[in-house]
Design a protein around this ligand. Structure first.
Ligand code: EPU
Length: 337
């Protein structure tokens, strides 16, 4: 195992923050992972996946383990479905493209989400009416302390909106090594209910879409709104969309009749945080080298050499302002370290 001291993490986080790791180790096999954990499990460890959902506000005084396990294989197949095992270090979007190549359906709406397979269950990634949990079968993980292997079924994971057991009770205890996903081989269930997808398909004259058409539509929509981390540092949605009570929503609607909303149940309503942030005047706001994206106010961006602390302070200011104007608390979705 090759351990590098005082390594820059700039290229390993999509925000492009130049924080340092006390030490860094790239792990590309399960055997290597076991060896590192055996030797270092009682030292401070920091598990790094695709680095697409974190904001580094300081240097990491720990051994950073970069999980680079690779491989995609079909583990079982029936006439209509297929189970695919993907290793944690595979890039999520490349995995989506691989599945499309074989006409395996179910994750086309999740095209172009940044990050890796191994981190997808942690926050139950989702977009355009589909979440990972809809196709997730199980994942394998290694306990950091005693290096035992454990399989988590879907119900073990306690998935919720951008939530799972790996963000809650088991935070920091397991390293996900692979994920098993069940997809369809034919009679794909298409999710075209989102207005933006319907529009995009219509604009392109597509009446009976394939999963490839849907993926193309999602890619076009995302590219038009969300900055490419290779060009502008960012971590996708920085905040979660808040869920408020029906009563609070009635009050909000009195003052802001134009507020967009999604009914969750008889007593709960989800409000797009992007709208609240835009309305609070932050959309497109730039301070030195960082700011709020001009096409999607839910995304904070690093234009150059901003520090994580600066971006975090902007996020706090946004939270306070949204609270003051709308009396709504918006929670950060990105992991701040
Ligand atoms: N809106 C504004 N101004 C903005 C942005 C949004 O008014 O600057 C309003 C608009 O009314 C728009 C609505 O918010 O119709 C919803 O916007 P959008 O479709 O862009 O979706 P979102 O709710 O802002 C969520 C996810 C995204 C996911 C999209 C599409 C969260 C935290 N974010 O964003 O996920 O791609 O829906 O399904 O749930 C991510 O998690 O990193 C991410 C990008």
């Amino acid at each position: 195992m090759n351990i590098i001291k005082n390594a820059s993490l700039k290229q390993f986080n999509t925000f492009g923050i130049d924080a340092k790791a006390q030490s860094y180790c790239d792990v590309s096999s399960i055997k290597e992972l076991h060896n590192v954990l055996k030797e270092y499990h009682s030292n401070p460890l920091f598990i790094l996946g695709g680095g697409s959902n974190m904001l580094l506000t300081k240097d990491i005084e720990a051994l950073v383990l970069h999980i680079n396990l690779k491989g995609i294989e079909v583990v079982s197949s029936t006439e209509n479905t297929v189970v695919i095992k993907a290793m944690a270090g595979e890039n999520w979007h490349n995995f989506v493209l691989w599945c499309l190549e074989y006409n395996y359906g179910g994750i086309e709406n999740l095209s172009l989400i940044p990050g890796n397979i191994g981190t997808a269950p942690i926050q139950n990634i989702g977009a355009y009416g589909v979440e990972l949990k809809d196709v997730f079968l199980s994942c394998e993980a290694i306990n950091i302390d005693d290096q035992t292997k454990r399989t988590f079924t879907k119900s073990d994971c306690n998935f919720g909106y951008r939530e799972s057991i790996f963000k809650q009770e088991l935070k920091g205890q397991y390293i996900i090594t692979s994920v098993n996903i069940e997809l369809t081989k034919n009679n794909h269930q298409l999710h075209t209910g989102y207005g933006v997808i319907t529009n995009e398909l219509e604009v392109n004259g597509i009446k009976t879409p394939t999963i490839q058409n849907i993926s193309d539509a999602v890619i076009a929509i995302r590219q038009s709104k969300l900055p490419d981390p290779k060009e502008i540092g960012n971590s996708g949605s920085f905040f979660k969309n808040p869920i408020i009570t029906a009563e609070a929503f009635a009050d909000l609607e009195l003052n802001f009749p134009e507020v967009p909303s999604y009914k969750i149940s008889e007593s709960a309503v989800k409000i797009p945080a992007g709208w609240l942030i835009e309305k609070a005047g932050f959309k497109g706001k730039r301070i030195n080298n960082y700011g709020v994206h001009n096409k999607q106010a839910l995304v904070l961006v690093n234009y150059g050499n901003a520090t994580g602390k600066e971006i975090f302070e902007l996020a706090q200011l946004i939270q306070l302002t949204v609270k003051r104007i709308f009396n709504i608390e918006i929670e950060m979705e990105v992991n701040t370290i």
